[in-house]
Design a binder for this molecule. Structure first.
Ligand SMILES: [Zn+2]
Length: 170
């Protein structure tokens, strides 16, 4: 003979068990989702709190520290001091990997035309993440961003993309 009370209590405990695992799964999903939304926990650049960004259509290219991307070369069969390869400052020493702001280029370092996006502008580039304008480049003119990558291969893989970028000017 089955006891109707037992059945009810089994059903209740089964429901409770389901609830418990449901909340465990939700908590497991919510934490990474929150981290992904804030985007900041794993990155060195965060958007300014409480300020609404402007959406700007920009041409976004990738660059790295190499001579091809940053217009420098070495004399003495590639063994000498790095110097600026062309332009008005040709021949002047080049500090490789140091931005116009004096920071060391890293993921999140962005070069822009600083008459459009001044140094210190924070951007969010879809597929790249948060960045800060810390650098300039001779070829970076107008509505153009150059986002830094650790290798030339990755910079080339990014290519040239037109996209809407969230912009927080300083
Ligand atoms: Zn490069």
């Amino acid at each position: 003979m089955s006891n109707p009370h037992r059945i009810t209590s089994d059903a209740t405990s089964a429901t409770k068990g389901w609830h418990r695992s449901f909340f465990a799964v939700m908590a497991g999903l919510a934490l990474p989702a929150m981290m992904w939304l804030s985007g900041c926990l794993s990155e060195r650049i965060c958007p300014p709190q409480g300020r609404v960004p402007v959406l700007m259509p920009l041409e976004v290219t990738g660059y790295c520290n190499c001579g091809l991307c940053c217009n420098w070369s070495r004399g003495w069969l590639g063994l000498g001091q790095a110097v600026i390869a062309s332009g008005p400052n040709q021949g002047r020493p080049k500090a490789v990997g140091i931005t116009a702001s004096g920071t060391r280029a890293a993921h999140g370092t962005v070069a822009a035309d600083t008459s459009v996006l001044p140094l210190g502008t924070i951007v969010y580039v879809p597929g790249y993440g948060y960045g800060r304008v810390e650098d300039r480049g001779g070829a970076i003119v107008g509505n153009h961003l150059d986002v830094w990558f650790p290798s030339h291969e990755e910079a080339v893989r990014w290519g040239r993309q037109r996209m809407y970028v969230r912009v927080w000017k300083p």
